[in-house]
Design a protein around this ligand. Structure first.
Ligand code: BQZ
Ligand code: CA
Length: 695
């Protein structure tokens, strides 16, 4: 803190507020309210029981071509391919009711499949591929339509669960008699293999980052019988952990395929385990609605319906209704263009630069796709690499910058140099973007404006704070230098990581570089694409990282462990260093304690209070320098039925999960002949692309 100067004492005597007197430092200011934006689609809120249930139905049905294949003895009878009590989607929650079989959903994506070992950290290219292939113990994507008073994760592979009286044990009942897409039984053994050999084994890094800390320190899991598992927790009733059992972090893989390749059961190294299922390995068994049957690199991935899928509608029709999914391997920007043009079927409109064009094209009554905005849940923050004990880059320059990142004066300078209004407008003009100081997003359920500290745009204050952080331009070239004992007193050079696959990310990085220059900071863009970006992010190879944020700052209850470094690698910008420890600063320790209490909290009112504490500590300490937040829009081809109105592109999860694709259908009179592998079913695991299909 600065010592009280004579000037300040005099101004205090005049009753001038202390903060105004610190004109030369960054002082909290008034956070403008987000511009009014009411173009959002209206969501009808329901209870969990209105969406789905489990049970046996008197009869089941399947597409005619599958009936024919069954009659030809090419696959077991339907009743032997379904669990005793399949999941049943309730018709009342299906906007357009019971569907009909046929047609395709044609996705366009910007990522590329690295391989099919999701559990060892391989990406399948995002854009809905892994979301469709990974079925998890619980499901949260569709929760956008669940009433607050009934909010809790939907049952999925775990069809029900019971808490012990003391709240320290959770017994989960798994779906019984369900099978993987290759006909092998699903059981608690798959769950235990995932837990023991992919989560607890810290040599394995599942995609989306499940690790022991995700489920609360000291948590254990055991198999009770083939269909029952039991969790034991340190805290009583850590109900939030049910969200961590949804997509991303608890989606078990086929142990009968994975275990033989795991280093514990083979001579494979961990790297060989990760790469044991290359992009050309088709039909990796899944519990998902569709199975990969073809992959032409840089061109397309094609999936066919899973004949063992364990979900039905109330008439007993085995889901999915759509026979095929396609993923054209292109760019994220092209996804918007193709969805609006009608050559693609789906897009999460999330790059604000494409808004005006997409809105214009979709406004036409004859437009092939409808476009519907949701809440402001797409947002970016500048994240500081806080590690001073060896996580990420460790040359003198980056060590010097990480040390600056740990100095509140420096972080106040950075947040004050940002003209967030201009950053937002650099993406799109109009009522879309809102100033976002950091923490929980405005307008979402845990947000509390009174707990949100905002340091307004103020170049002079930024310069004063940089001086207070010990930075001076000692050689007069307009760029601030390190103190003489740091990196030889050279100019401070800061790398800022950005995802080159998105224009929005690049625009924000450019804005930060320009705003840094105005206060004497030399910021160097590090724009990487796809898995290179994600790998650099995950390894801390950055000083600053401009990142589109996850559901933790929208919902607080999903990916909660991302809110603070409660475990060795639970946040994206401060992970354990060489000594296995996260070198927490005092305020970070406060955040960790608050988040751990939140995870262990049973009552909603306690969670709300704890999130206020989190918001205050995070924003007054500039934990991250928030940038901008804006609404996304779902663009989906008009021929599809059963897409819930107001489905957000991102909330607890992405729209590829939220719209529940397995119950989406195309009415008979609107069906197109887009199927690339009509009347076929997936072949055996390990088939070659486009080969071995059952027909
Ligand atoms: C949505 C999403 C579905 C990952 C990915 C991608 C990766 C990140 C992030 C989004 C893409 C789309 O986001 O942008 O609209 O379809 O896939 O998974 O950005 O690079 O690592 O977190 O979700
Ligand atoms: Ca200089």
């Amino acid at each position: 803190m600065k010592t009280i100067t004579g000037l300040m004492a005099a101004m205090l005597a005049l009753g001038v507020s202390a903060s105004a007197a610190l004109a030369d430092g960054a002082a909290p200011g008034q956070l403008p309210d987000p511009p009014k934006f009411d173009a959002q689609g209206k969501v009808t809120l329901v209870g969990v029981g209105d969406i789905l249930t489990y049970g046996a139905l008197p009869a089941y049905n399947e597409p005619d071509f599958v009936k024919a294949l069954e009659k030809a003895g090419k696959l077991p009878a339907l009743k032997d391919r379904l669990p005793k009590e399949p999941m049943i989607y309730k018709t009342g929650n299906m906007k357009d009711g019971i569907g009909v079989y046929g047609d395709v959903m044609r996705h366009v994506i910007g990522g590329r499949p690295e391989g099919w070992n999701y559990w060892a950290g391989q990406s399948q290219g995002w854009g809905g591929i892994d979301i469709g292939l990974q079925e998890c113990l619980t499901r949260t994507g569709p929760l956008f339509q669940v009433k607050a008073e009934e909010l809790q994760p939907l049952p999925n592979l775990a069809k029900s669960w019971d808490w012990s009286a003391d709240g320290k044990q959770l017994t989960m009942h798994l779906i019984e008699g369900a099978k993987w897409s290759d006909g092998e039984p699903f059981s608690a053994d798959d769950v235990m293999f995932y837990w023991e050999k992919n989560v607890l084994d810290t040599n394995v890094h599942p995609l989306n980052g499940a690790n022991p800390g995700t489920f609360g320190e000291g948590t254990t899991l055991e198999k009770v019988d083939a269909n029952t598992i039991k969790w034991t927790f340190k805290n009583a009733f850590p109900t939030q952990v049910l969200y961590a059992m949804a997509y991303g972090t608890f989606c078990p893989g086929p142990a009968h395929i994975l275990a033989p390749q795991h280093p514990a059961n083979s001579k494979n190294t961990y790297d060989q385990y990760k790469n044991a299922f290359p992009p050309s390995y088709m039909a990796m068994p899944t519990m998902g609605g569709w199975v990969v049957v073809d992959h032409k690199p840089d061109n397309i991935v094609v999936l066919r319906r899973n004949p063992y899928y364990w979900k039905v509608d109330e008439k007993g029709n085995q889901l999915p209704y759509l026979n095929e999914l396609q993923y054209r391997l292109s760019t994220w920007a092209d996804r918007d263009v193709q969805a609006v043009a009608g050559t693609g079927d789906f897009s999460n409109l999330e790059q604000a630069e494409n808004y005006v064009e997409s809105l214009k094209k979709s406004a036409d009554a004859a437009a092939p796709a409808r476009l519907e905005f949701g809440q402001r849940t797409i947002g970016y923050a500048l994240q500081f690499n806080y590690s001073a004990n060896g996580w990420g880059d460790t040359d003198d320059r980056s060590v010097g910058v990480h040390k600056l990142n740990r100095d509140l004066h420096f972080r106040k300078a950075v947040t004050s140099m940002l003209d967030r209004q201009r950053l937002g407008e650099s993406l799109v003009k109009g009522p879309f973007t809102a100033i976002y100081p950091g923490g929980i997003y405005p307008g979402t359920s845990f947000y509390d404006k009174a707990s949100t500290v905002y340091y307004p745009y103020n170049v002079e204050a930024a310069k004063a704070e940089l001086a207070a952080a010990g930075l001076k331009d000692t050689d007069g070239d307009g760029i601030l230098n390190f103190p003489k004992d740091v990196n030889g007193g050279k100019n401070v050079e800061i790398t800022v990581l950005g995802n080159a696959d998105y224009q929005s990310d690049k625009s924000l990085v450019e804005g930060i570089v320009a705003m840094g220059e105005k206060v004497g900071l030399k910021v160097i863009p590090k724009l990487l694409s796809g898995k290179d970006h994600d790998a650099a992010r995950d390894a801390g190879k950055f000083d600053w990282s401009v990142l589109r944020q996850g559901s933790e700052v929208i919902t607080a209850v999903q990916n909660t462990d991302h809110l603070a470094p409660i475990g060795p690698n639970t946040t994206d910008f401060h992970k354990a260093g060489a000594d296995g420890k996260v070198d927490l600063m005092d305020f970070e320790q406060q955040l960790v304690d608050t988040v751990n209490k939140f995870i262990g909290a049973k009552e909603a009112k306690d969670r709300i209070e704890l999130m206020k504490q989190f918001q205050k500590t995070a924003t007054e300490n500039v934990y991250t320098a928030g940038l901008t937040v804006y609404p996304g829009a779902l663009i989906i081809n008009k021929r599809f039925s059963n897409v819930a109105p107001g489905a957000p592109i991102f909330m607890y999860n992405w729209a590829e999960d939220n719209i529940i694709r397995e119950r989406v259908y195309v009415a008979a009179d609107k069906q197109q002949k887009y199927e690339l592998f009509p009347d076929t079913l997936p072949g055996k695991p390990g088939s070659a692309p486009g080969e071995g299909l059952v027909k």
